[in-house]
Ligand binder design. Sequence first.
Ligand code: FES
Length: 518
Amino acid sequence: MQVTFLGQAGLYVETDHGSILCDPWFNTAFFASWFPFPSNEDVDLDAISHPDYLYVSHLHHDHFDPDFLGEQVDKRAIVLLPDYPMNHLEQELRALGFTRFVKTRNSEPVELDGLRIMIMALVAPTDGPIGDSGLAVDDGTTKLFNQNDSRPIDLEPLRAFGHFDAHFLQFSGAIWYPMVYDFPERMKQNLGHRKRQNEMARAKRYAEELGASFVFPSAGPPCFLDPDLFGFNDIDRDPANTFPDQTVFLELLADSGMDNGRLLIPGSVAAVTPGSCRVEHPGDDAVDAIFSDKLSYLRAYQQRQLPEIARRKASWPRHQIDIVSSLKAWWEPLLAQADRTCAGVNGRVLLDATDPVEGEQVVIDFLDRRVDLWKGEPCRYTFRIDRALVEACIARHDEDWVNELFLSCRFEASRDGPFNEYVYNWFKVLSPERLQYAEGWYAELGAAEELVPMDGYLVQRRCPHLKADLAQFGVVEDGVLTCRMHGWQFDLATGRCLTSDDRRLHSVKADEATDGVG
Ligand code: FES
């Protein structure tokens, strides 16, 4: 098996039974804030553009690069699709022209003409853009696990897949915390230090647990080339910086007695067989040119990319949208359905859309479930964001503001009290479908499942498909319950799903229910 590293989480895997292109990312992401580090400008794109298979682990834009996929990749590629509850990834890829899909089931191996693959799908609201995944590949001789950003909680399916020869995984931060917060500097340093250590410790733990023959740091860190953000780069191995590079993690592994870590840079080729790994870099001094004077390397990279950053910034809309009224019309109907989210936030969030001429301050009130012009009410969280970015999210009707705006790190935040997961999850579920899914998820985390009466039956409240609230979305006719969210149907007497073969509805005749039910 031969693996060409493409930068960030990008891999081009070649085997005797076909090639797999994984997470190719070549265009700046998140409002031109993230760039692949090291640069992958010199990767031979033609050589990777006609894969047999395409795997996009999830929709974050450092993994899903629609411009590259749309313009460069042969649409005959067969897409290896993770088992996500909502099919946004499939929809996006279909919109780009891909038509051939292998729909995997979570943690179940699939045979594909000599290749055996398995995708571990993670589907909590906190997993990436509601859905993150890792790919295991077995070509009959060599086994690889491309974990990238995902954090599998059950390693048994991976162990059952067999011993891995190669393990690719994320080891650095990929988030805005704590840099964007207005914490006192000393506190920020401490939090950053802890985060840096925790990220690498978790990656090391995964590497130890899986015990692959060779470990390859991948999936980050990005670099920040906009002068506004350049300070986020880890130039001098600052122990409080959350973006340590590959060399730092490999040293950590070596210091712990793990000498099986291998460095790859974009264009490096790793030939992996059971018990051996030979790495060829794209030039004799290619590694040195990046890491021996990282600041000079990044400054030169920055010079090449400044025109692209300027071009992107010029395209952001400004003063074209009334932010308060747009968000009110969009979000208030969602707030009305967001019982658990509202209870979880239990406060207000201020979106301070700043602008040198005219900003707008919007309060999202999770107590009264309204969106309005801010009148000075106390707020639990405050986000200060250039109004152009807020307008861009509104103009595109982004249903997930994390996957562009928050990951851009182009904002400042303050909060009154501890971290609240519900606040960020709210910004990922800005459609009825996504919201219902998150609400259902929270509901299932709660106590015993709630039952609701329907047509003489007590029925589980959350739809087995994507967890819509059946008290709101369910209708019964002739003993068949239809969920109006996506139209799935269930036979009330048996619980059998009439739409899909792998879900069941829990239902019991109301007059047979006992005190133990509900
Ligand atoms: S949530 Fe999709 S049919 Fe119910």
